[in-house]
Design a protein around this ligand. Structure first.
Ligand SMILES: *[C@@H]1O[C@H](CO)[C@@H](O)[C@H](O)[C@H]1NC(C)=O
Ligand SMILES: *[C@@H]1O[C@H](CO)[C@@H](O)[C@H](O)[C@H]1NC(C)=O
Ligand SMILES: *[C@@H]1O[C@H](CO)[C@@H](O)[C@H](O)[C@H]1NC(C)=O
Ligand SMILES: *[C@@H]1O[C@H](CO)[C@@H](O)[C@H](O)[C@H]1NC(C)=O
Ligand SMILES: *[C@@H]1O[C@H](CO)[C@@H](O)[C@H](O)[C@H]1NC(C)=O
Length: 372
């Protein structure tokens, strides 16, 4: 996976074709098998799939007609009255417990047009309504803006806080909210993936796949690519696990009242869209190299597999340097991590094979590389 950033999202894959090494080609080969082999697809047999494909092909119009008569396309877009600037996100996933996620988000917004509704995306999340506060950025300890009611639109995946008075144009406000999420098994959002150790025991890791619109399942956010902001991520983990995110870790602090847990605090990111935010909490081991241009490059895998990661460590670091030289653009972050995730949604569920060619999970700096 990958966990880094974005900026330059030097989309190696898409625009320039995939320049892949033998190792990467092999990996991609393995990954590409799945959709044809049906493995990662919903539905339980190839007949069902074939029927679905036929249905889609024979009646494309009826499919889109249904979509557009129920909700206009524009209704899916967020209102543009608020512009997100900065997020602080705290997540504590109970990987070895009930798979729930204790979450807290703070988002600072700039008011582009006066509005008395604070709307952003959220899905598969339960808000703790009493915790929601909206305050003027310059009066953080003030009483805040009174919230009349909170509502949720299931179809648009919009959360709305209806306010007693409009937010003023040009001002900045801070919304904070505690919530509960869930580490799902559907390979979207903040999800759980498992593997088996030599003695047959199952181990879980918690990892993200946000592209295109699943960041909203991990934390409430303005989940549209143009709405870029900076992100400051905190992840709670048990002390025998590790956590990584786009940016390097700054420090770790004990979780108050919970022995054996620490909060890892990651440096503030560059401005980026929500779908590039990535993190992983796991018991994986890593190997580290420094690229020719001085960037830290790490490869992560389960303990039983890390001894096989030498090649990907070498070639990954070389590829990063190659593209920096090729485009004459220095990689904008201090480090890059690449992770071998046991379950990764290469085919994005029903989008299936159509979605594949651009997505070179093994080498793009902002995505995740599956399979081991
Ligand atoms: C597979 O799908 C068929 C119908 O599509 C259903 O009747 C059957 O129970 C399913 N089998 C399993 C194992 O889910
Ligand atoms: C899940 O487990 C954690 C830690 O044991 C606990 O604090 C939390 O309340 C549980 N959540 C649910 C929904 O049961
Ligand atoms: C709490 O907020 C949610 C939206 O996040 C809303 O659907 C629900 O009705 C609210 N509950 C109460 C008691 O206000
Ligand atoms: C965090 O990032 C800032 C800006 O990129 C940098 O100046 C600072 O040294 C970083 N802090 C740490 C502890 O790495
Ligand atoms: C890979 O690296 C590990 C640790 O540095 C070493 O023990 C192992 O022999 C290496 N494997 C190969 C195939 O080079």
């Amino acid at each position: 996976m990958e966990i880094n950033e974005s900026v330059a999202s030097m989309s190696f894959g898409k625009r320039n074709g995939c320049h892949v090494s033998k190792g990467v080609a092999l990996l991609l080969g393995v990954l590409f098998l799945a959709p044809h082999g049906v493995a990662a697809m919903p539905g339980n047999d190839s007949q069902t799939l074939a029927a679905r494909a036929r249905g889609a092909r024979s009646s494309p119009l009826s499919a889109s007609t249904t979509l557009f008569t129920t909700t206009k396309v524009n209704d899916f877009r967020l209102p543009t009255a608020l512009k997100p600037l900065h997020y602080t996100v705290r997540l504590q996933p109970f990987i070895r417990g009930n798979f729930s996620i204790m979450g807290y988000v703070e988002v600072e917004v700039e008011v582009v047009e006066e509005t008395s509704t604070f709307t952003f995306h959220m899905a598969d999340i339960t808000t703790h309504n009493d915790s929601v506060k909206i305050v003027d950025s310059e009066k953080r300890n003030g009483k805040g803006v009174h919230i009349l009611k909170q509502t949720y639109d299931n179809q648009q995946e919009f959360y709305h806080a209806h306010l007693s008075r409009p937010l003023k144009k040009g001002r900045r406000y801070l919304l904070s909210m505690a919530f509960q999420g869930y580490l799902n098994e559907h390979l979207h959002g903040f999800y759980r993936s498992s593997y088996k150790v030599a003695n047959g025991d199952e181990r879980w890791v918690a990892v993200t796949q946000f592209q295109p619109t699943d960041a909203r399942k991990a934390f409430p956010c303005f989940d549209e690519p143009a709405m870029k902001a900076t992100f400051e991520i905190f992840l709670a983990r048990e002390t025998d696990m590790s956590a990584i995110s786009n940016m390097p870790r700054i420090d770790s602090q004990p979780v108050e009242g919970q022995e054996g847990w620490v909060w890892d605090h990651f440096n503030t990111s560059v401005p980026m869209p929500t779908y590039l935010v990535a993190f992983l909490v796991s018991d994986f081991k890593s190997m580290e190299a420094t690229t020719q241009n001085g960037k830290t490059f790490r490869v992560w895998a389960r303990e039983d597999a890390i001894s096989q990661a030498n090649y990907s460590l070498k070639i990954g670091a070389d590829i990063l340097t190659f593209f920096e030289d090729f485009f004459s653009i220095p990689y904008p972050l201090p480090k890059q991590d690449m992770v071998a995730i046991p379950d990764f949604p290469l085919g994005h569920g029903e989008l299936g094979p159509n979605h594949l060619p651009g997505d070179c999970y093994a080498i793009r700096p902002n995505s995740i590389c599956g399979g081991q």
